[in-house]
Design a binder for this molecule. Structure first.
Ligand SMILES: Cc1cc2nc3c(=O)[nH]c(=O)nc-3n(C[C@H](O)[C@H](O)[C@H](O)COP(=O)(O)OP(=O)(O)OC[C@H]3O[C@@H](n4cnc5c(N)ncnc54)[C@H](O)[C@@H]3O)c2cc1C
Length: 381
C-alpha cells in the first residue's frame, strides 16, 4: 500500500542546548516543510544548526501520497507547465515525468442515466505526472536530507504538535501529543493554516488580523475523496476513449487515465464519504460493464484525514487567498508560516508549497545571519 518512506524515522532526540547552535523546528513533513528544510540546510552551511521536522502522521508527504511502484497518486498528481518551481525541483531530484494520456473521446453523463462521447482537446493543459508519483518529491528530499547532509536534520513521525509557546527568554517550546517537548529558537509551521488554527494552541496569541485570515483560508482539496481503479487491460484505450469522464449527478465525479508502464488504471475524484462500491458502480454507469471488475481499488478520503482536513467543508471554496499578513514572521522573527495555502503564488498547488518553502528558508536564513552578527557584536537580539 501507499508508503512514503516512513522507515527513515529516527529516534526522538533532545535538540542541543548549545547556545550557538540554532535550533529550528519544522512542523509538518509535507512538500512545503521538506522543501524549506532542504533549502535551509543549503543556506546555513556556515551557520551551526539543528533542524527537527515533526510530523503527525506515520509517513511523510502530506497531501502527496503515492503508490510508487505503480506510479499512482491518491493525493496530488499533476505538475502544470507554468509551475516552474516544482518542475525545477523534480529536475534537481532527478525524477522523470510521465505523460498524461488523453487521446480519444471523453464521456459526459446525461440526465437520462447514460453517457455521451464528446471530443475534448487539451484536457489537462500539458500537465505531467511523476515517475513514482508526486510522493517521490518528498521521498527524494528526505533521502537527501538524511543521507547526504551531515546529520543536521532529524525527522520524528507519529508526533502531532499540540501547542507552541514563545517563552520570556525568547526560546520556543513545541509540545507533542505525548507531552514530550522540543526546545527551539525558530519554528516553521508547515501545515494547512485552517488546521493549524483549529488544532494547535499558540501562546501568546497571534494578532487577530492574522487569525481571521487563517480561519478563512480553505485547504485545497481537503474535502475530496480520491480513488484509483486498477484493471488488467486499459479497455477504455482499446475503445478509443481517453479515460476522461465527467458526472455531476453521481458521487464519483471526474475520471482520468492513470496508467503507466506498471499498471492500467483510472483515477476518480469523488465527493467526500464515497465508498469503494459507489466508485465502482459509478464507473460502470459511465463506462459500461468493462469497468465491473477492477483488480485493485485504492481510496483516500481526504475529508476524513485528521491531519489535512479540519471539517468536511474544509476544501470547498476554490483556491485560498491570503494577504502578506500571513507571510510575515511573528514572535520577533521566531515563528514562520510555510504551507502551500499561504504562498503568494499558486496557493493550494504543489507549486505554492515549493515556492513558500523556498521563500521561508531564504528569509529565515537571512534573519539568522543578521542575528548572529548582532550577537557577535554584543547587541541583544
Ligand atoms: C486529492 C488531491 C489532489 C491534488 N491534486 C493536485 C495536483 O494535481 N497538482 C497540484 O499542484 N496540487 C494538487 N493537490 C494539492 C497539493 O497536494 C498540495 O498543494 C501540497 O501537497 C501541499 O503541501 P503542504 O506541505 O503545503 O501541505 P501538506 O501536504 O498538507 O503537509 C502538511 C503536513 O503537516 C502535517 N501535520 C498536520 N498537522 C500536524 C500537527 N499538528 N503536527 C505535526 N504535523 C502535522 C501533515 O500530516 C502533513 O504531512 C492535490 C491535493 C489533494 C488532496
Amino acid at each position: 500500500m501507499a508508503d512514503n518512506c516512513n522507515q527513515h524515522s529516527v529516534e526522538k532526540t533532545d535538540t542541543s542546548n548549545d547556545i550557538d547552535i540554532a535550533r529550528i523546528v519544522i512542523v509538518g513533513a509535507g512538500l512545503s516543510g521538506l522543501t524549506c528544510a532542504r533549502n535551509l540546510t543549503r543556506l546555513l552551511k556556515k551557520r551551526p544548526h539543528q533542524i527537527t521536522i515533526v510530523e503527525a502522521r506515520d509517513r511523510i508527504g502530506g497531501r502527496t501520497f503515492s503508490i510508487p511502484e505503480l506510479n499512482l497518486d491518491l493525493g496530488a498528481s499533476w505538475i502544470f507547465p507554468d509551475h516552474t518551481a516544482v518542475r525545477a525541483l523534480a529536475n534537481e531530484l532527478g525524477i522523470n515525468k510521465l505523460e498524461q494520456y488523453e487521446g480519444g473521446m471523453s464521456l459526459v453523463d446525461t440526465m437520462n442515466g447514460t453517457s455521451r462521447p464528446t471530443s475534448m482537446g487539451n484536457i489537462h493543459g500539458g500537465a505531467k505526472r511523476l515517475k513514482g508519483g508526486t510522493g517521490s518529491l518528498c521521498a527524494s528530499i528526505l533521502n537527501e536530507l538524511t543521507n547526504r547532509n551531515e546529520a543536521t536534520v532529524n525527522i520524528q513521525l507519529n508526533s502531532p504538535v499540540t501547542s507552541i509557546n514563545y517563552n520570556d527568554d525568547k526560546s520556543i517550546t513545541v509540545k507533542l501529543h505525548d507531552h514530550h517537548s522540543i526546545m527551539a529558537d525558530y519554528v516553521v509551521l508547515a501545515l494547512p493554516p485552517k488546521l493549524l488554527i483549529s488544532t494547535v494552541q499558540l501562546t501568546p496569541m497571534l494578532p487577530s488580523s492574522l487569525i481571521e485570515q487563517l480561519k478563512k483560508c480553505v485547504t485545497w482539496m481537503a474535502s475530496t475523496c480520491k480513488a484509483v481503479l486498477v484493471y488488467e487491460r486499459a479497455w477504455w484505450r482499446e475503445k478509443k476513449l481517453s479515460g476522461f469522464a465527467v458526472s455531476r449527478q453521481l458521487k464519483a465525479q471526474e475520471w482520468h487515465d492513470a496508467s503507466s508502464a506498471t499498471c492500467n488504471a483510472l483515477f476518480v475524484f469523488c465527493l467526500a464519504n464515497t465508498t469503494r462500491q459507489q466508485v465502482i458502480d459509478a464507473t460502470v454507469k459511465i463506462f459500461g460493464s468493462d469497468a465491473e471488475n477492477p483488480t485493485a481499488v485504492y481510496i483516500t478520503d481526504w475529508s476524513n484525514e485528521a491531519f489535512t482536513s479540519s471539517s468536511v467543508n474544509d476544501g470547498r471554496g476554490g483556491h485560498p487567498h491570503v494577504t502578506d499578513v500571513c507571510r510575515q514572521a511573528y514572535w520577533n522573527g521566531r515563528l514562520w508560516l510555510s504551507s502551500s495555502e499561504v504562498s503568494d503564488t499558486d496557493s493550494g498547488f504543489l507549486e505554492g508549497a515549493v515556492t513558500r518553502g523556498i521563500q521561508v528558508a531564504d528569509q529565515l536564513a537571512e534573519l539568522m545571519f543578521k542575528e548572529k552578527t548582532k550577537s557577535q557584536n554584543g547587541i541583544d537580539v
